[in-house]
Design a protein around this ligand. Structure first.
Ligand code: 3PY
Length: 251
């Protein structure tokens, strides 16, 4: 098993960020920050499928595991990023157990799933297909994202799906979906998050969450969340530069 998957499953504290800038330089800057992993955000960025392989390559140079958040549930997209060498996949908007099972089928080779065999970068362009087939199911992380009212209602069934390593909570979408936005919705949103965490942990899944800042990582890690995606390269660029400009303009 890869260290990354073992650390996910064993609920080691893992800190990463989303990569949304479609250039390997941004990946190298992220990798140099000390993150435990990064997640290339194909869902909410203008990163093209062709570019993903180069971004993963840049992370590999620095030995930082790179997962990819795919744009939807298509098996073809999951296969494409895994063939490019992703260390795992984050599948957004999983709201039913059947959607979770379909993600497992797309992610794993038989007998656990139905992923197709291809001569991609992950298998050394075809030269190491048998080696890759022997280890891929054990090495790659499958994280599914629960972020809808329907997903919250179905969390017991979703968490029970074998082959899912980690349930990742998207608080932004969840807050919109359950009508718990802003400060007025905080208690409702926190209660929903705690329900997902408790159910996922009872089913033996690790739990992750998106946080825009590290401020409450301690609170959520005490609640059992071990995998954190903190903001994104673009958000940190914006926050860092804004703070610098404000400071400079004081003089
Ligand atoms: C959310 O907060 O809904 C997310 O998807 C974070 O990426």
């Amino acid at each position: 098993m890869s260290d990354f998957r073992r650390n996910c499953i064993e609920r080691e504290l893992l800190i990463g960020t989303f990569a949304a800038i479609p250039h390997p330089v941004a990946i190298e800057v992220i990798a140099a920050s000390g993150v435990d992993f990064l997640c290339i955000d194909w869902e909410h960025s203008q990163i093209s499928r062709e570019r993903i392989e180069d971004l993963i390559r840049a992370a590999d140079v620095h030995r930082v595991p790179a997962m990819v958040r795919v744009p939807g549930h298509a098996a073809e997209d999951i296969a494409a990023v895994l063939d490019a060498g992703a260390a795992g996949v984050l599948v957004p908007r999983i709201s039913t157990a059947e959607q979770a099972r379909s993600a497992v089928r797309a992610m794993r080779y038989p007998p656990l799933g139905a992923r197709g065999v291809g001569p991609g970068r992950a298998a050394a362009y075809g030269y190491r297909i048998p080696d890759y087939l022997a280890k891929a199911n054990a090495e790659l992380v499958l994280a599914i994202q629960v972020e809808t009212a329907e997903g919250l209602a179905n969390i017991v069934d979703i968490a029970a799906v074998d082959g899912v390593d980690l349930i990742f909570i998207g608080p932004g979408d969840l807050s919109v979906s359950i009508d718990a936005m802003g400060p007025a919705g905080k208690d409702k949103l926190d209660a929903a998050i705690r329900t997902i965490v408790k159910t996922a942990l009872s089913a033996g899944r690790a739990v992750g969450i998106f946080r825009p800042t590290p401020d409450d990582v301690g609170t959520w890690s005490a609640a059992g969340i071990s995998f954190f995606l903190l903001a994104s390269d673009t958000m940190y660029l914006g926050a860092g530069l804004t703070a610098g400009v404000i400071e400079a303009k004081k003089h």
